[in-house]
Design a protein around this ligand. Sequence first.
Ligand SMILES: Nc1nc2c(c(=O)[nH]1)N[C@H]1C(S)=C(S)[C@@H](COP(=O)(O)OP(=O)(O)OC[C@H]3O[C@@H](n4cnc5c(N)ncnc54)[C@H](O)[C@@H]3O)O[C@H]1N2
Ligand code: MOO
Length: 470
Amino acid sequence: MTASGTHTGPPAGPGDASALDDLDVEEALALVRAPGNDRTGRTDRADRLEKAARPDRTDRTGRTAPAHLHDHATSWPEAREIAALAARRATKRPAASVALADALGLVLAAPLEALSDLPSFDTSAMDGWAVAGPGPWRVRDGGVLAGHALPEPLTDGEAVRIATGARVPTGVTAVLRSEHGRTGPQDRLHATGETSHGQDIRPRGQECRRGDQLLPTGTLVTPAVLGLAAAAGYDTLAVVPRPRAEILVLGDELLTEGLPHDGLIRDALGPMLAPWLRVLGAEVVAVRRLGDDAKALRRAITTSRADLIVTTGGTAGGPVDHVHPTLERIGAELLVDGVAVRPGHPMLLARTKADQHLVGLPGNPLAAVSGLLTLAEPLLRALAAHPAPEPYRMPLREAVQGHAHDTRLVPVALRGEWAVPLHYSGPAMLRGIATADALAVVPPGGAAQGAGLELLDLPWDTAGIGVCFT
Ligand SMILES: Nc1nc2c(c(=O)[nH]1)N[C@H]1C(S)=C(S)[C@@H](COP(=O)(O)OP(=O)(O)OC[C@H]3O[C@@H](n4cnc5c(N)ncnc54)[C@H](O)[C@@H]3O)O[C@H]1N2
Ligand code: MOO
């Protein structure tokens, strides 16, 4: 969950006509249509996975048409499960050995076993005197500092000044803190309170012995884990490697700089998706702009060595929508071909190789975000062996209209205990999501005011780990 009350985007109420203005005509029509065919009577998941893998839908021209145009869309929860399952079924990627500095946010591929006792020597826990036997003690010249050579042994009745972290000389029975002792004439040291045997000494192996398992396989590498690993003697860690993602931005109408003009628009997805995928734990190996060139798309897909290819645009059935025909031509397996979610229903997931998947995001920018969170997020999470976040719900401050059959993902701001639906949440708009804390999962038919809805956090609100905005 996130801090609330920090956002300025205007919320949209259900009775507010502008909330409907945000929607495409098609969406608005779907909202007012009565529920018709039941899309919820699904076969089981394995069956659908198998079915989704067999593209058998052809239009009158004999060309395969996207499934979302044929009402065969996968339900939203099922699409997420299929994406995670696909990653788990992909050829296993070998564990990587990475420097500690590069391991943050990854998951351990092997148990972390102590390479050394911790502490690795009897250590003074305080600044003061190392004392041997009962006092008063005769204080030796000099002192023992952290990192210094092993000091001479002490015999009963002797003391030596010692610093926190220094090795405790043989024969020492306790460390007397500076504030618990005073020196008198002839360097005699007297305790001002009780000292017990072993006091303020951290004995070797107190935290662990060499070979002890400190953390199991599957542990998320947090800053604390990095600290523990370093303390236990590690320079590198065996981790599940960061999934590599490549972004292919399609569309001849896209500009990479300057103002929109003459029907050309700025590419909003290239700049957004690369950092977003990094926040989701991927290493983005390339962002390539291919225009609407089927050959270039085919070449880019077949030569990519990424674990996940993300395409943007070209998923529908338009004249230059090359994603489906290209996937068909290269013999990719369509695992999800259209999802019953708004926006974003033309999104797709394909297996291009045994160890490579492709997520096709629709071109409308908020539809692309929907595809990213529906398909790419669970796939990347499973590839990186990250556990699924605990789902959580919050009540809606205002009712939200639903789609007749499909789930809706609606940007919300979290204010106090409420999720507040935001304006400017049409499929082609990013203005709402840019001020959102989360996306609310609105079930088919809509949600009343006060209904507790599942929320998908936007990853920069909670992740922290692995975030790299560079
Ligand atoms: N006959 C039908 N047409 C469409 C349907 C449908 O069901 N039947 N669905 C509509 C929906 S919903 C969406 S979403 C889009 C998905 O289309 P594509 O994935 O093929 O995307 P494009 O046509 O390439 O682009 C759609 C829209 O988005 C703009 N766009 C594309 N890329 C970018 C980018 N990188 N940055 C900013 N904007 C981008 C593009 O210019 C178009 O305006 O299909 C509908 N059609
Ligand atoms: O539903 Mo489309 O909204 O723009 O994917």
